[in-house]
Design a protein around this ligand. Structure first.
Ligand code: ADP
Ligand code: MG
Ligand code: ZN
Length: 501
């Protein structure tokens, strides 16, 4: 592992070098079935239960392309402003690894389904950077290896390994950027902002779960440096294992400071894959990078070429939903937000969630306050992205509705949200299971008020004598007795009524 002394100070790095980035993002599609067989495409499950002869690579089994996956690939290409190939094929990428039972991955090589596009990315200060998209191609995921007995869970030092092929053959789209140049010190931020924008886009299109923590969206970050003023790119490393948006930024920044130290001391950067360590934010060397020749790519003979008609492509273009940037432009106008308010909404990751909550029936300011305040806090406590909290905009809208109809107080509403986050079901189920309905039955409230007044006769006298502020103490006692499940305003009315004030 690189010691801290082997890193160059970041300010010095950007003074002497220009960083070049290339981001490869793999997205698992949320189709019902796998890419080339009818097995369910579902996360988890008992190991080796979502498998068949095709995805296990048994001799004689033949693949068939999943039409829905091709449709998603084309839609993603269109949303990324790409050209859609008139004709393209799958290719075999040959290599041996136990989690890939066929000994080749069915992928696309020099004939990707989508190519030459771009994605506009908003940085934290509102500046927009256009990131070029080289290609988006279709492929299949590998299975998973579990290395047992070692200290690190990695293959090194393990006693044996277990294989689960449930993920083998899950449809993947790999989206590759053109080299991103000229970003200087903002390169790490651009990398994070790009993956964020891509994730928001794919989520809006409902083509993937885009959960970085579950691996349905994965990013490899290629980084190289060239001395200021140079025109030829330096040697790149490709950092894998980057499992959160924040890690994307940290990994790029770390590689920049590491490579700069290597170059400044007269060394040269090795072209290799590297692994990001979440714990200390460093990267460590993986394998020396294969070249394309090593993979002996050739066109897949068991699958027919894909030739999407222009009519079909145009039909699919019409199915694109309102895309995040269009939606942001619209909500800014509709909700009358300042540039700053909109930026806060985007930077907390709440914009699309709030918009979806409004679509589900909530008022913009109510939806905004739930997501930007309470739910952002909850996300911070759990150290997850706001969008990865296990609560949906529809559920938040329902909670807001329950508050507005007087069935929940704000305090109870937060408890309901806690229940939803804990996996206890829909808001209404949580209300039932936890018994969280507001006590709106006056007779029950009157009993509680009378009890509280009897317990504090001096306070009761004060109120009766005209000191209406003193009612607060009684209201507090009633709220406590009803575990916060009473409407405080109604309780106050009843207190005044009962003392005859
Ligand atoms: P590989 O097959 O090695 O993963 P890809 O073409 O899939 O290669 O992805 C390489 C990525 O790295 C692309 O995003 C590309 O734009 C980018 N890239 C290419 N050369 C450099 C370089 N010298 N420095 C940084 N990024 C680079
Ligand atoms: Mg690649
Ligand atoms: Zn299968």
């Amino acid at each position: 592992m690189t010691a801290v002394a082997d890193l160059m100070d970041y300010a010095e790095v950007v003074e002497s070098y220009d960083p070049v980035l290339g981001l490869e993002v793999h997205v698992e599609l949320n189709t019902k079935t796998k890419m080339f067989c009818g097995c369910p495409n579902r996360f988890g499950g008992e190991p080796n239960t979502h498998v068949c002869p095709t995805c296990l690579g048994l001799p004689g089994a033949l693949p068939v392309v999943n039409g829905k996956a091709v449709e998603s690939a084309i839609r993603i290409g269109l949303a990324l402003n790409c050209e859609i190939a008139e004709w393209c094929r799958f290719a075999r990428k040959n290599y041996f690894y136990p989690d890939m039972p066929k000994n080749f991955q069915t992928s696309q090589y020099d004939e990707p389904i989508a190519f030459d596009g771009y994605l506009d990315v908003v940085l934290d200060d509102g500046e927009v950077v256009r990131v070029g998209i080289e290609r988006a191609h279709m492929e299949e995921d590998t299975g998973k290896s579990l290395h047992v007995g070692g200290a690190t869970g990695r293959i090194h030092g393990a006693e044996h390994s277990l294989l689960d092929y449930n993920r083998a053959g899950v449809p993947l789209i790999e989206i590759v950027t053109k080299p991103i140049v000229g970003m200087g010190e903002r390169a790490p931020e651009v990398a994070r902002a790009y993956v964020t924008a891509l994730r928001d886009l794919l989520r809006a299109m409902d083509v993937s779960d885009v959960r970085m923590d579950q691996g349905s969206l994965r990013c490899d970050a290629n980084v190289s440096l060239m001395p200021k003023g140079a025109t030829e790119f330096g040697t790149r490393t490709e950092t894998k294992n980057v499992n959160s948006l924040r890690s994307v930024e940290r990994a790029v920044r770390y590689e920049m400071t590491r490579q700069a130290a290597v170059l400044a001391s007269g060394g040269s950067v090795t072209q290799e894959t590297r692994h990001f360590q979440e714990a200390d934010g460093t990267t460590s060397a993986g394998r020396v990078k294969e070249t394309a020749e090593d993979y002996r790519y050739f066109p897949e003979p068991d699958l027919v070429p894909i030739a999407p008609s222009r009519e079909w492509v145009e039909e699919l273009r019409k199915t694109l939903p309102e895309l995040p940037w269009e939606r942001r432009k619209r909500i800014k106008e509709e909700w009358n937000l300042t540039d700053e308010e909109l930026r806060d909404l985007i930077n907390t990751g709440a914009a699309d969630l709030v918009a979806a909550t409004v679509e589900a029936g909530a008022k913009p300011n109510e939806a905004r306050s739930w997501w930007v305040q309470y739910l952002t806090q909850q996300a911070n406590v759990r150290e997850v992205e706001l969008a990865d909290l296990p609560i949906t905009p529809v559920q938040v809208a329902r909670v807001i509705e329950l508050v507005n109809s007087g069935e929940l107080t704000n305090k109870l509403a937060r408890e309901v949200v806690q229940g939803v986050l804990a996996g206890e079901g829909e808001p209404d189920e949580v209300v039932d299971k936890r018994g969280l309905k507001v006590v709106s039955d006056d007779s029950a409230l009157i009993a509680a008020v009378d009890e509280a007044l009897a317990a504090q006769p001096d306070v009761a006298d004060k109120i009766r004598g005209g000191k209406v502020q003193a009612a607060g103490a009684i209201v507090g006692a009633v709220m406590k007795a009803t575990k916060g499940q009473a409407d405080a305003k109604r309780v106050r009315e009843l207190v005044l009524e009962r003392v005859g004030a």
